[in-house]
Ligand binder design. Structure first.
Ligand code: GAP
Length: 438
């Protein structure tokens, strides 16, 4: 993991937030390569959820919502972690922190940071939502929350979307956006952060059809994850036991990846029953039920949710892609990202900076730019330039050499097989388009 974090920083995938001020705890910024990778993940998700299906519509709801939303959703009362304070050193821990010795609140309870005995308080509930104030007065009536999940923006818009798009149950609403949680034990790089991005889809179904749709979406989501090129042996389902289920869930499966720090969830599929719509109906006093035009039946739809973290999916992709290997005499680090997700699709190199090669390389670059994210590099030996692109996960290296200027062909080096092929420069765009298909 340390090697990946260092590569991520060195190559511009991920930086610590506000680094020059010492950083901000568990908040990260995506650099030039990271933003491209994460954007490609989000685009793939949006395409498969919204564009390729007739029964799902897109939405982009605001982060700030009416505070009643979070009472109705159960987050004000239930989105809490039990915490323990050390009265001696003032540090705060989750009650399940494995470093704690003895029983908190009792004389044997020993602080994992300062080592004092008997100074730990009994567990107290702590809400994970970030609070802020709306308007000029900082008073209780002006409190608003930064959303801890994007899902609620979908529920409160369910009627608007259904009516404006003329959808009928079963149908879904998909959304990508930021969510915030004041996590107490964040960590493992971008795995658990306080600001993150979710890709969520809520599928509204007739009660009784929920179990079947839940199974459908669970398998559909696993197929999508595999289509990103993640090694299937590093993926598994984990079904939530009764003690793990969120307050809204009737059934839940995580899709887990075997990260360097162990098997962990990066997407959840939840059967939320009619919990959310019923609660919003109750708290808002507005009818959110559905009249089935075929049967004339009225019901409150059940919701099957697929909830993926854009950051965790991106982290799983980076972990899965990272390889160290020896080629001939030399060691190289290579990110074997699926070509369709790679931040840079092809790098263009003049073999040497003379004899018309830079001019032709620039022409090749201009031809490809606009259709693909391409990169020009004329610095250092060709071997070093290839290796820099291997670390960035660039699937193709295009070199303009001595032969190119006479016969109009270039070499294309494949990042993974290291095979080189001669391709006519004017056929490169078609060649790349073919290789970059998802
Ligand atoms: N709407 C349901 C929901 O939010 P969740 O299991 O709490 O369910 C879904 O979160 C996904 O959001 C997780 O699988 C993870 O990928 C991402 N996620 C949640 N908390 C996160 C955090 N603190 N940092 C990064 N990603 C997080």
């Amino acid at each position: 993991m340390d090697k990946l974090v260092s590569l991520a920083k060195r190559r511009g995938f991920v930086f610590q937030s506000s680094e020059i001020y010492g950083g901000l705890g568990s908040v990260w910024d995506y650099g030039p390569l990271g933003v491209e990778l994460k954007k490609n993940v989000k685009e793939r998700w949006w395409r498969s959820m919204v564009h390729e299906r007739e029964d799902i519509e897109g939405l982009d709801a605001a982060i700030l919502m009416h505070p009643k939303v979070w009472e109705a959703s159960g987050h004000v009362a239930g989105f809490t972690d039990p915490l323990i304070d050390c009265k001696q050193c003032k540090n705060r821990f989750r009650a399940d922190d494995p470093r704690i010795k003895g029983t908190p609140g009792q004389p044997d309870g020993q602080c994992p940071v300062c080592g004092s005995k008997g100074t730990l308080t009994a567990p107290r509930m702590f809400n994970l939502m970030f609070k802020t104030f709306m308007g000029p007065v900082e008073e209780a009536a002006a409190v608003v929350y930064l959303r801890p999940e994007t899902a609620q923006g979908i529920y409160v818009n369910y009627l608007n979307v259904m009516q404006s798009s003329r959808q009928k149950v079963p149908f879904g609403i998909a959304q990508i956006g930021k969510a915030f949680r004041n996590e107490i034990t964040p960590g493992n790089f971008t795995f658990r952060t306080r600001e993150f991005e979710q890709m969520e889809m809520q599928f509204f179904v007739k009660p009784g059809a929920d179990v079947e749709w839940f199974e459908f979406w669970r398998h559909e989501r696993m197929k999508w994850v595999v289509s990103l090129g993640i090694k299937p042996e590093k993926l598994r389902f984990h079904q939530h036991g009764a003690d793990e289920l969120a307050h809204y869930a009737k059934d839940a499966y995580d899709i887990q990846y075997e990260f360097p720090f162990g098997w962990n969830e990066f997407e959840g599929i939840h059967n939320r029953s009619d919990y959310d719509l019923s609660r919003h109906q109750q708290f808002s006093g507005k009818k959110l039920d559905y009249l089935d035009p075929a049967t004339n039946e009225r019901f409150t739809p059940y919701v099957v949710e697929t909830s993926a973290g854009a950051d965790r999916t991106t982290l799983a992709l980076l972990c899965d892609a990272y390889h160290e290997e020896t080629v001939g005499e030399e060691a190289r680090v290579v990110l074997r990202l699926h070509p369709s997700l790679a931040p840079i699709k092809a790098a263009v190199f003049p073999l040497v900076n003379k004899d018309g090669m830079p001019e032709m390389a620039h022409r090749v670059l201009t031809d490809l730019r606009g259709r693909f994210n391409v990169f020009y590099d004329d610095g250092g030996s060709i071997g070093r330039r290839y290796r820099r692109q291997d670390e960035a996960g660039t699937p193709f290296g295009i070199t303009v050499d001595g032969q190119s200027t006479s016969d109009g062909t270039v070499t294309v080096r494949d990042r993974d097989t290291l095979q080189q092929e001669r391709v006519a420069a004017d056929r490169l765009a078609g060649y790349l388009a073919d290789k970059l298909k998802p």
